[in-house]
Ligand binder design. Structure first.
Ligand SMILES: [Zn+2]
Ligand SMILES: [Zn+2]
Length: 403
């Protein structure tokens, strides 16, 4: 060991201990935030109450916060630290229609907030710059891409967040995702009196839906197409003049998304062709990109979380079908990023259902938020203090980008 390494390691451990103690000291305030956001779920781009609460909690500790930020009304950014490398801690806080915080974004927000406050509390001992970035609209709208285009990550060296799940996992296996609206227009008529005059838009949508169901047998195991009807007629005795649906199309990465999108468009056109309706296909920009994990950082995160007593599910033992999508993918194409999962529910319980929403507001959710804050803070300190880690993070990121 060279002289100085021992002292560096001791300083790192001392700062990690101080950051964890700072999270514990804020336990009450942090869990208040977690529970408040949980109790008042807000949809993408409408997270006013959550954003206000997070901003107020940051300002109450004297942090400088810009809000709104990067062109989104419910985005914000706090800054701490005078010089050195910059770490962004990302907070999500949008919920799902009908099932509230079934993705546990209240815990993501609380973990980022807790880590940001703990690191800021180090004052002059903070070995770099730390931002808490409030990122709206993860569940729909791809908020992080919009913020990235407005410059949110231009001078960030690493972006860190956690996501709750049924297990602790070093990262999340993801798919790229495109969202599409399809609208058919036909001719209304009395469904009994003059059916021969009608052109049935619902029939067009049903035909397209069936065509997509057939397509599914012949796509890759890493591809997904799924959707809902958003408009399907007004009365059984009126031939529907208009019908509409919204579908998600997912592939392993953005490149594989392109041909699958074309095949889905073919299904949509088949519905129009079969019925004589007109069709309008609108791909909703931007696409969600696949996540590129910064493995050197993710491994540090795992070690830090294990030091808090967490046990990780082996990443290589995951069922191959366990695939999600996150707009953190879009950030990860720009800066080295991690998106580990933290257990906030029993292993059988997956996100996006009502049972998970209950866990996100329970003591297991609380523990995930506080452990998540500590593990994020410790990982940020690893990055800020360890020049060798920063070099490896950069090298791996550049290599992944040039592939
Ligand atoms: Zn989520
Ligand atoms: Zn979700």
């Amino acid at each position: 060991m060279r002289e100085g390494e021992g002292a560096g390691a001791a300083l790192l451990e001392a700062l990690k201990a101080a950051a964890c103690a700072a999270v514990d000291a804020r336990r009450g305030a942090l869990l208040h935030v977690a529970h408040e956001i949980h109790a008042h779920p807000e949809l993408a781009f409408e997270e006013r109450r959550a954003a206000e609460l997070l901003v107020a909690t940051l300002r109450a500790e004297g942090l400088a916060v810009e809000a709104p930020a990067y062109g989104l009304a419910t985005a914000f950014e706090s800054r701490a630290g005078a010089s050195g490398p910059t770490v962004a801690l990302l907070a999500e806080y949008d919920a799902l229609p009908d099932i509230g915080h079934a993705c546990g974004h209240n815990l993501i927000a609380t973990a980022a907030l807790g880590a940001g406050l703990a690191l800021a509390s180090l004052g002059e001992r903070l070995p770099g710059r730390v931002r808490v970035v409030g990122t709206p609209a993860e569940e729909a709208g791809c908020g992080k891409e919009l913020m990235a285009r407005a410059g949110a990550f231009d001078d960030v060296d690493a972006a860190l967040m956690i996501h709750p799940a049924g297990v602790d996992l070093v990262t999340m296996p993801t798919l790229a995702l495109a969202e599409v609206d399809v609208r058919y227009r036909g001719v209304a008529a009395h469904a009994s009196g003059m059916p021969e005059r009608g052109v049935n838009a619902l029939d067009a949508l049903v035909t397209a839906y069936q065509a997509i169901a057939q397509l599914r047998q012949h796509i890759k195991p890493t591809e997904r197409v799924h959707g809902i009807f958003t408009e399907a007629g007004a009365a059984p005795n009126v031939v529907p003049e208009r019908a509409a649906g919204r579908f998600y199309v997912r592939s392993r990465d953005a490149a594989e998304l392109v041909p699958l999108k074309r095949r889905v468009e073919g299904c949509f056109r088949a519905g129009a062709e079969a019925t004589g309706c007109s069709v309008e296909i609108e791909w909703r920009e931007p696409d969600y990109l696949e996540l590129r994990t910064s493995w050197p950082l993710a491994e540090r995160y795992q070690r830090n979380a294990e030091s808090l007593g967490r046990t990780f599910f082996p990443y290589d033992k995951l069922p191959p079908s366990a695939l999600g999508t996150t707009d953190m993918g879009n950030v990860s194409h720009r800066v080295p990023s991690i998106h580990p999962m933290i257990a906030a529910a029993p292993i059988h319980c997956s996100i996006h259902n009502a049972e998970f929403a209950e866990h996100a507001g329970s003591p297991t959710g609380d523990r995930a938020a506080l452990d998540g804050a500590k593990a994020l803070a410790m990982t940020a300190l690893d990055f800020l203090l360890d020049a060798d880690l920063r070099r490896r993070v950069r090298e791996q990121f550049d290599a992944a980008r040039s592939r």
